[in-house]
Design a protein around this ligand. Structure first.
Ligand SMILES: Nc1ncnc2c1ncn2[C@@H]1O[C@H](COP(=O)(O)OP(=O)(O)OP(=O)(O)O)[C@@H](O)[C@H]1O
Length: 292
């Protein structure tokens, strides 16, 4: 069986030649949750955007392959690629408010993707959306479907977007810090909901987070990123039991009680960061030689 997502040696650069992704490789099996963890600017969101085909125009992929259920995305024509990505993937974004159009009712926004991208009838889309609203425990679907985004709480808006993401039965969901913009009390409920739906639907998730506590709760495998480079990947339990890379250990040490959302973060050890900078500079130099 092919992997759900197989990224090999993916490098992306800015117009000035700076690499924002450095030979990234990772594989997500069907139904598996893979966490991408790292500090701000590590390139977690960039990987998600590369998979969804929505990289900023200033970022150019210069090397590597991305296979979605065995289909090589790089070999497809742009239209075929968009269709494939639209049918097989979905996004749960970080900020539900900015992800929703403020001037349109929730109902039409939720059915839109099913009707426009997947060609479903309005009736089929409406039935499916109501089914999913029930799964995300929204008990008054009529009111929610008629509401505008600002009329719902942050948690409700994220429930709506989770329902929309699962509605078309994607094979892979990119969840980009889906609880970060929410109140701490709501974060746990939303995380629990994502796990529940992920298990019930057997969907693979690429879960972007800076929070090791979330990694421990949600994922089976984890890639630790720094400066666009995967510095370590492992089964989640193995990573916590025995982190191999000095940066992973430093990241854990910087979050002493990483299961506690109220624990204060400390800066990552500077000597470790200096070592990493040297490692990355050497890798960049070696990479530049054949790439001009
Ligand atoms: N639109 C853009 N154009 C150019 N560079 C960008 C753009 N967006 C992000 N970057 C750069 O790409 C690198 C990776 O950014 P990315 O947003 O993927 O990090 P991240 O790990 O998701 O961080 P955060 O947790 O802060 O979202 C950073 O150096 C960032 O400055």
């Amino acid at each position: 069986m092919s992997a759900c997502l197989d990224i090999r040696d993916l490098s992306a650069v800015l117009p000035n030649g700076q690499r924002v992704l450095r030979s990234v490789s990772l594989c997500v099996q069907p139904g598996e949750v893979r966490a991408l963890v790292g500090e701000s600017g590590a390139g977690k969101t960039m990987i998600g955007k590369a998979v969804l085909g929505v990289l900023p125009s200033s970022v150019r992929i210069v090397e590597g392959d991305m296979m979605l259920e065995g289909e090589d995305l790089g070999r497809l024509q742009p239209k075929a690629r968009r269709t494939l990505i639209g049918a097989r993937t979905a996004l749960i974004p970080q900020d539900p408010l900015t992800a929703l159009n403020p001037s349109r009712r929730i109902g039409s926004q939720m059915t839109d993707r099913l009707v426009r991208i997947l060609g479903w009838s309005g009736e089929r889309a409406d039935t499916r959306i109501r089914q999913l609203l029930d799964e995300v425990q929204i008990r008054d679907p009529d009111r929610v479907l008629k509401s505008y985004p600002h009329e719902l709480s942050g948690g409700m808006r994220q429930r709506v977007l989770i329902a929309a993401a699962f509605a078309a039965e994607p094979r892979l969901i990119v969840a980009d810090e889906p609880t970060t913009a929410l109140d701490v009390t709501v974060q746990k409920q939303i995380l629990r909901l994502i796990v529940q739906l992920q298990r019930e639907h057997g969907t693979a998730i690429l879960f972007v987070t800076h929070d090791l506590g979330v990694v421990a709760k949600i994922s089976q495998k984890v890639s630790v990123l720094y400066a666009g480079k995967v510095v370590e990947e492992a089964e989640t339990a193995a990573l916590f039991a025995s982190p191999q890379h000095p940066y992973t250990r430093a990241l854990m040490a910087a979050t002493p009680r990483y299961t506690d959302p109220f624990a204060s973060l400390k800066p990552v050890d500077e000597a470790v960061l200096a070592g990493l900078a040297t490692e990355i500079a050497a890798a960049d130099q070696a990479w530049r030689r054949p790439h001009g």
